[in-house]
Design a protein around this ligand. Structure first.
Ligand code: HEC
Ligand code: HEC
Length: 376
């Protein structure tokens, strides 16, 4: 993970040097519907016809599945020049062949359903094991708390878990009284090289959220306006990326989770299960809607939400995003998490808030489509 981090930082700096202008000729950053992989990138032969954000998630799938970082497959030049991602290398070619193989397996043996992904064989290893492991067979069984398969617990209902959560936060009435907030503090991530930089988050019930990261090279903005989501950050392949699919529903969830009363209604089915995170028992609520990837919410013994896991379906399989919430403090008689850590296949970001101002007046201009990223 550290290596990916360093590389992406290099990529970010390279992007800054090149200036914003990674969009194909004749198109402007605001023509968001033209954000398909083959129009934005130079040398796409297999992963065509997918949006840029999904394309980058396919790269996350590759890196995560093989235990590789970006430069394992791509030219070492990517450290200083982002254009070098288009350079053909033997492993890029090998990976293309693997995509074709995987698609053929799914088509011919699994009715075209995506049952086999890069991870199915690779499991974090560039050279998949062929011989069964006795250590695995006879060792202690370790379940992954982030699995989409949960073992249902029929003794508890979703309503009961939600009720306990609302109680732990301060009760339904007080929650209804929280309609907006402005959080300020620090952000650190792969794009800051792990250093803390100032961040502000504007949130308005039921589902609007804007996050502004103030970096020396410019402001990174992520907005969900209640319908659409965008990111304008220095390390993205285009200066303004429109979020799609699971990234869009995920941005909506990130906004809604601050005003949790609405979450329960936004999924048609809830399952209850239990698992263990860091040796502590947690209850899982899995919400699902037809045709969408589910969401897993994890509650600790006090009833507070400690983790959210959501997924994005890509053309090469589904990738996870995990968000951990901690350091709950009371604010306007409602508890909110003052520390949020977001982990996904391309990196990890930490938000630590110093102050959260409840029911702050926030103008509608905070939740509009952000301007494309611009270097200061
Ligand atoms: C397992 C090998 C592999 C890894 C690891 C990998 N990629 Fe790729 N990358 C590819 C392949 C294959 C393509 C070409 C896809 C195609 O032709 O459809 C590609 C294409 C790209 C492109 C498009 C370049 C262009 O202009 O045509 C970008 C950008 C990119 N990768 C970024 C990344 C980033 C960022 C990472 C690290 C998170 C990464 N890749 C990790 C295999 C890899
Ligand atoms: C059905 C199992 C299977 C699936 C699915 C699979 N691979 Fe592989 N892959 C292998 C095996 C086995 C090897 C090693 C054998 C070899 O080197 O010929 C390998 C090797 C590779 C290598 C070469 C690694 C190196 O450093 O030499 C790359 C790159 C790769 N796979 C990428 C992918 C990507 C990307 C996906 C998903 C699109 C994928 N694979 C899906 C079985 C699989």
């Amino acid at each position: 993970m550290t290596t990916i981090t360093v590389l992406l930082l290099g990529l970010a700096m390279a992007a800054g040097q090149a200036g914003p202008g990674q969009v194909a000729p004749g198109r402007s950053g605001s023509e968001q519907n033209s954000q398909l992989s083959e129009t934005v990138f130079k040398n796409v032969k297999v992963l065509k016809g997918i949006p840029v954000d999904e394309f980058m998630d396919t790269m996350g799938m590759f890196a995560s599945s093989l235990g590789y970082d970006c430069s394992s497959c791509h030219s070492p030049e990517i450290r200083t020049n982002r254009e070098a991602f288009a350079v053909e290398t033997p492993l890029v070619q090998r990976a293309r062949g693997m995509i074709t193989m995987m698609n053929a397996i799914n088509r011919n043996y699994f009715r075209g359903e995506p049952h086999v992904s890069c991870f199915t064989c690779h499991r974090g290893n560039y050279n998949p094991e062929i011989i069964p492991s006795l250590a695995l067979q006879y060792g202690e069984l370790k379940e992954d708390p982030n699995s989409t398969n949960i073992y249902p617990d029929r003794k508890v209902t979703a309503d009961q878990v939600f009720e306990r959560y609302f109680q732990a936060l301060g009760g339904r009435d007080r929650l209804a009284g929280l309609t907006s907030f402005v959080a300020t503090g620090t952000y650190s991530g792969f794009n800051t090289g792990g250093a803390d930089v100032p961040v502000e988050i504007y949130a308005r019930a039921p589902d609007q959220r804007t996050q502004i990261i103030h970096m020396d090279i410019g402001d990174g903005v992520k907005t969900y306006d209640g319908r659409n989501g965008w990111v304008a950050e220095e390390w993205r392949p285009v200066p303004l990326v429109r979020l799609t699919g699971g990234n869009l529903t995920g941005a909506r969830l990130d906004a809604m989770i601050s005003f949790p009363a609405g979450i329960q209604k936004s999924f048609s089915d809830w399952k209850v299960g239990s698992t263990v995170i860091d040796d502590r028992p947690v209850q899982i609520l899995q919400g699902s809607n037809p045709g969408e990837t589910p969401v897993n919410l994890y509650f600790d013994e006090s009833g507070l939400l400690v983790r959210l896991v959501r997924w994005n379906k890509t053309t090469v399989g589904t990738v996870p995003t995990q968000i951990d919430y901690s350091e709950y403090r009371e604010m306007a008689s409602v508890k909110l998490p003052f520390r949020i850590v977001m982990t996904w296949t391309d990196g990890q970001n930490t938000f630590t808030f110093k102050e959260i101002r409840p029911n702050a007046v926030i103008g509608p201009e905070k939740f509009v489509q952000p301007a494309p990223f611009k270097r200061r």
